[in-house]
Write a protein that binds this ligand. Structure first.
Ligand code: RAM
Length: 357
């Protein structure tokens, strides 16, 4: 869908039509992110406006049964308590493309002030999100972006380039600079994983990584069982595999569990993005050496502060605007409404016990 078409659709479709259209529309990897340019509010920001109390912000993560999402939204809850706002959590049990649409429509009816969304598909949620924005609801994408013209800001956990670079750096080190690499991702439409994978591909195409060959991208859909089976499939199909990169906390935990009790343990390396609590056991038993992440609670915390700043008129989402985010300090909005939390942290046997999330 082109930018123009999606804007037109957002402008004219009635609610019922929005729901049915969005429900049938998954976005493929290639069309994800096709909307560029962004529609930012023309309202003027007043950085000195008082933070409103009683702001109603609903969090809609990719899925509810993911420990990572639970930690993320807990940070949002903390921030809204500090800001004297009202926290709400809703969401699907699976991370499929259209799973979030009906929740957005309900949140509009409930007259939430802000929706915080980790989009399962950058475009499938757009008609509903733009309907929300038309009704005065501010939209903060966090963790996994929606297309730029259907949200006000995007709270990114670290820079996309930085995360992709880190994944390749870790994989290259573990492979000793050469060999076959496979990726075990989340869903095929996930905006965040696809953006990171693009960076991984670009990095692997550079001369310094000529020895590393990406042989397969598998999708575990952020479901534990499917991820476990996909990990098993990769190891059986690629006997020369050196490293699996799993840029999802669900995927890396399932792959670590499989690897740990298989004959591949110690022969095939595993790295990616995981929570220290889920991977501690596998770092201690030698299945995983190094992996990365950020503090998921801080993603939700920053998203809530951005949401209240939007609802209070302190920011509109334009580049260069600044706002205060409680214990995290001041943030400046970057290009395309992006707010970057900070650099990722690398965990290994030496530091993992310092982290309890
Ligand atoms: C999973 C989800 C989430 C991602 C993390 C790293 O929990 O896919 O969106 O940010 O992994």
């Amino acid at each position: 869908m082109t930018t123009m078409t999606s804007r037109l659709l957002a402008g004219v479709l009635v609610a019922g039509l929005v729901g049915s259209l969005a429900a049938c529309g998954g976005t493929t990897k290639d069309s994800a992110g096709a909307n560029s340019g962004g529609t930012q509010s023309t309202a003027t920001a007043d950085p000195n406006a008082a933070a409103k109390q009683g702001v109603k912000m609903a969090f809609l993560p990719k899925q509810l049964n993911n420990p990572y999402s639970d930690i993320e939204v807990s940070g949002g809850k903390t921030a809204l308590a500090e800001l004297k706002g009202e926290y709400k959590l809703v969401g699907p049990n699976d991370a499929s493309a259209s799973s979030q649409v009906s929740y957005i429509n309900t949140l509009i009816q409930q007259q939430q002030d802000v929706i915080g969304i980790a989009a399962n598909d950058s475009n499938a949620v757009c008609p509903s999100l733009n309907q929300a924005r038309g009704a005065g609801v501010k939209v903060v994408a966090f963790d996994s972006d929606a297309a730029k013209d259907c949200r006000d800001v995007f709270v990114n956990q670290a820079s996309t380039q930085g995360i992709g670079d880190k994944l390749v750096e870790l994989a290259s080190k573990l492979a000793g600079g050469s060999g076959e690499v496979a990726i075990l991702s989340a869903t095929p439409n996930a905006t965040n994983q696809n953006a990171w994978i693009e960076v991984v591909r670009a990095d692997l195409a550079k001369p310094e990584h000529a020895g590393l060959k990406l042989v397969k991208i598998a999708y575990g859909n952020d479901e534990d069982q499917k991820s476990f089976q996909e990990a098993q499939g990769l190891l059986q199909s690629y006997p020369n595999l050196k490293v699996i990169i799993s840029p999802t906390t669900v995927g890396i935990a399932a792959a670590a569990r499989y690897l740990s009790s298989s004959s591949y343990k110690g022969k095939v390396a595993l790295t990616g993005l995981g929570t220290p609590n889920q991977l501690r056991e596998y770092v201690k038993n030698g299945t995983v050496t190094e992996f990365a992440l950020w503090k998921p609670a801080d993603v939700g915390y920053l998203a809530a502060y951005a949401g209240v700043a939007l609802a209070s008129g302190q920011i509109t989402g334009a580049q260069g605007q600044k706002f205060k985010a409680g214990r995290l300090g001041e943030y400046t909005i970057g290009a395309n409404g992006e707010i970057v939390l900070g650099p990722p942290t690398v965990f290994d046997s030496a530091n993992i016990d310092n982290f309890t999330f």
